[in-house]
Design a binder for this molecule. Structure first.
Ligand code: MN
Ligand code: MN
Length: 464
């Protein structure tokens, strides 16, 4: 290599840009590829928050975790988990430091944008039966037409028994679909704004088209659909009012690209951080600080509800830990650190106009540390302090984690929020960290395996 000029040497010393991992450390590619095999299984097993909790509990119990009991005493290295209403979960490994020195919190969310069935979903129009939906979270509605959909959820029957619904995942099972206009007849639809390409009340899912054989029945196709559901699950139309049924993309997680460098799947926001956080939690044997790994619900609709982080369920859990240790919870919280682990928007060379290229995060450059989120003047943001940024960067660099910084887009372009501000509200030092995502909130999102792997490495380092 030719000798560097003085200017080049000075530039090496003074300038910085997060390196491309595969250029800097090609050996990481294989490790990342291996790590993501378990991740793809996690995505296929958990397409709703309830399914994620169930699968996570299975993995935790296999690793020796026991249900948390606020009446028990725990010693360093003990592992417990707590489930909140089947939709969110907290896992802990007790640390060797006293609890008043704080806990290490890693919070990710396991709800993803989708189409929820309305309480009275069934409708027949011109001999076709439909399921009416109300979308959950920020979706670009036009992306959900002509996409194969699967039905997931629960129905609680009058006697209290819970029926698990799942149609469209196993090979050979039928799927469902929202139709769209053909290009030949879409002249007027094409003139709609993109956000109205398919309107909310047009997100009706085709569910059946054959009639029940009886001339006297007014809506025979709807009745046929109900009969099939009744045969399979023992439910009636009224039971939809006692149900939570979520329509999600039916396809499985897949490698993307000739080089298999990416994972493509539904729900990577934010199951990519949930999985990496969960694995880091499970592999943590004897941490200094007690870990609090949170897989939460309801982030996509503003963390509302008692399974979201704008409720006190995490506070109450940490209060229980503090009670067991005999210390005031405020002391624990004040000394705690939280990674609010959520995805960020990866720079997309196809749409450069919405990004500030100098401050965007890029695929294959590692996990993204996001100082602040929010929109238009950092509104509604948890803006992490410089001291915390220094601490988290220090933790990552000590363990050879590839990381980058990232802001969601251009200043006045838009924005978003995470769970960060709700954890910070408890007087906890909080910063966002996660994986850059392409096509975020689309039915099929992309993430780089190298970035996923280094997010996991960041979480491992955080719990050391
Ligand atoms: Mn998210
Ligand atoms: Mn999101």
């Amino acid at each position: 290599m030719p000798k560097k000029t003085r200017g080049q040497e000075l530039a090496d010393k003074l300038t910085w840009r997060a390196p491309h991992i595969a250029k800097d450390a090609p050996k990481q590619v294989n490790k990342a590829h291996k790590f993501c095999e378990g991740y793809k299984k996690f995505l296929d097993e958990g397409k709703t928050e309830r399914e994620c909790v169930r699968y996570a509990v299975k993995l935790l119990e296999e690793r020796g975790y026991r249900q948390f009991d606020s009446g028990s005493v725990y010693v360093p290295g003990d592992k417990v988990y707590f489930v909140n209403r089947g939709k969110s979960l907290i896992a802990t490994t007790f640390g060797s430091e006293p609890l008043e020195k704080g806990v290490r919190i890693n919070g990710a969310h396991i709800d993803s944008p989708r189409l929820d069935l309305k309480p009275m979903p069934l409708l027949e129009k011109e001999d076709i039966a439909y399921l009416k939906t109300h979308y959950y979270g920020g979706i670009r509605k036009y992306q959900w037409g002509t996409t194969p959909l699967a039905m997931h959820g629960v129905v609680v029957k009058t006697d209290g028994t819970v029926v698990e619904i799942s149609i469209g995942e196993k090979p050979g099972e039928p799927v469902f679909c929202i139709t769209d206009l053909l290009p030949h007849l879409s002249r007027r639809q094409n003139e709609r704004h993109l956000n109205e390409g398919i309107r909310g009340e047009e997100l009706n899912i085709l569910v059946a088209s054959l009639p029940y054989q009886d001339e006297a029945v007014k809506e025979p196709v709807k009745l046929m659909a109900l009969q099939l559901l009744n045969e399979k699950y023992g439910i009636t139309e009224r039971d939809f009012c006692r149900a939570e049924i979520e329509m999600v993309p039916a396809f499985k997680a897949a490698d993307v690209g000739l080089d298999r460098s990416m994972v493509g799947a539904y729900g990577q926001d934010d199951r990519v951080c949930a999985y990496t956080a969960l694995v880091a939690e499970m592999e943590t044997e004897l941490p200094s600080y007690t870990t609090v790994t949170i897989l939460t619900d309801k982030e996509e609709i503003g963390s509302e509800g008692n399974t979201g982080l704008n409720s006190d369920y995490v506070l109450h859990y940490i209060e229980d830990l503090a009670d067991i240790a005999g210390v005031p919870v405020r002391k624990v919280l004040r000394n705690s650190i939280c990674l609010s682990s959520d995805v960020n928007a990866a720079y997309d060379p196809n749409y450069p106009e919405v990004y500030d290229k100098t401050n965007a995060c890029f695929v294959n450059r590692g996990c993204v540390l996001t100082k602040y989120t929010g929109a238009r003047g950092k509104s509604s943001s948890n803006d992490a302090g410089a001291e915390l940024m220094a601490k988290v960067i220090g933790i990552m660099e000590k363990e050879g984690v590839y990381w980058q910084t990232g802001e969601m887009g251009k200043v006045d372009e838009g924005g978003g929020g995470t769970i960060a501000k709700y954890v910070a509200h408890m007087d906890v030092d909080t910063v966002d960290l996660g994986v850059p995502i392409l096509s975020m909130h689309a039915p099929f999102e992309l993430a780089s395996k190298l970035d996923i792997y280094h997010t996991y490495k960041a979480f491992r380092a955080f719990y050391k």
